[in-house]
Design a binder for this molecule. Structure first.
Ligand code: ADP
Ligand code: MG
Length: 336
């Protein structure tokens, strides 16, 4: 088994605001293999974007990584100096943000912006840059006549395609996509997801795919982690986690969004009392929503345990299978 491309180990990130820092990400571990699509799910505020920004070393004050490590192809990302970082971002790992409008420069044409990537990073001539930009646009299903357009002349979906094209321009080994289609309507969203999927299969890059939409997640991801209040509560093969969620929070998340296919189901939201507890509880913030036999989770946060090969769940021992399940040895078991 080759080493994973990305290894996030026991990552903790705080935002230093006021005298009590906000711990946004707590002790999070996961790996992403070569060519693997790894999903990160969980509701707004659970720490997904913070992880994405940490992976690309884009976190700014008041954010601080207080413990843990991030390795990319074996290299310590948190220790990279300025020169190493310049080579890392865009070229080896690139990011697609939620809002395309904020990622594109409104006063430059699409051609100028795409071309810049090739001239700046690869020393391409303007002519070469134009040819490669046109190829890139075609790859995401946009006619090259659009190279002359400004961002505001494109639809939201087209703009997001351009951003995806730009992020994949230098053939990075990892694409981090943070809610890449959330701002778009459902039909466009589907088209773009299909495009991303095609591109990923063609080029074989790895993806860290972030969304709060479970249907999208399971369509695209090989494996996924579900986060709640800064922690990973469940991790496993996406289809398995989707079909047979083991953690009560995952179970509630699965019913909180409509499936893309199949019959309509009633949507169940998370109770406010759960959210409130998540913010303050010493133990697992979700314990108030769990059956009484797991009340020990109100004081002790259960470790992730492997309930079947490759499927990890943070539930108290009594609640999962038999007592022979083993606690997680750092991240190693979370690889594939
Ligand atoms: P997600 O992407 O899952 O919605 P984020 O990673 O953006 O979550 O945020 C996780 C938590 O970190 C939030 O609940 C918030 O409390 C905190 N946070 C995020 N950004 C900041 C910031 N700039 N300053 C202070 N706290 C922040
Ligand atoms: Mg976010």
């Amino acid at each position: 088994m080759s080493a994973p491309l990305l290894e996030v180990e026991n990552l903790t990130v705080e935002y230093a605001v006021g005298d009590r820092p906000v711990v946004a990400v707590r002790d999070v571990s996961f790996t992403i293999g070569e060519g693997e699509v790894f999903g990160l799910a969980g509701e707004s505020g659970c720490g997904k974007s913070t992880i994405a920004m940490a992976v690309l070393r884009l976190l700014k004050e008041p954010a601080r990584v207080t413990s843990g490590s991030i390795r990319f192809a074996g290299e310590d990302v948190l220790a990279m100096g300025a020169a190493a970082l310049r080579g890392y971002r865009w070229r080896r790992a690139a990011m697609v943000f939620q809002s395309a409008m904020n990622s594109l420069n409104p006063v430059l044409t699409i051609g100028e912006q795409l071309g810049d990537v090739f001239t700046t990073h690869e020393g391409a001539t303007r002519r070469e840059a134009r040819t490669r930009s046109a190829e890139l646009l075609e790859l995401v299903g946009i006619d090259d006549s659009r190279l002359r357009s400004y961002p505001h002349q494109l639809s939201g979906g087209m703009r997001q395609r351009v951003v995806i094209a730009m992020a994949s321009a230098l053939r990075p080994a990892l694409l981090v996509m943070d809610e890449p289609t959330t701002a778009l309507d459902v039909v466009v969203q589907q088209e773009i997801m299909a495009q991303i999927q095609r591109l990923q299969r063609e080029r074989g890059f790895s993806v860290l795919f972030i969304t709060h939409d479970m249907s999208l997640m399971v369509e695209l991801s090989d494996r996924m982690a579900v986060m709640y209040a800064g922690r990973v509560v469940e991790l496993g093969a996406a289809a398995r986690v989707f079909d047979q969620p083991e953690h009560p929070y995952t179970q509630s998340l699965m019913t909180a969004f409509p499936p893309l296919h199949g019959p309509r189901v009633e949507l169940v939201g998370l109770a406010d009392r759960v959210r409130a507890a998540g913010a303050t509880a010493d133990g697992c913030g979700f314990h108030v929503a769990c059956p009484p036999d797991r009340s020990d989770c109100s004081t002790d946060i259960p470790d992730l345990r492997e309930v079947e090969p490759g499927h990890w769940v943070a539930r108290s021992t009594g609640a999962v299978g038999d007592a022979t399940t083993t606690p997680v040895p750092a991240t190693k078991g979370a690889g594939r």
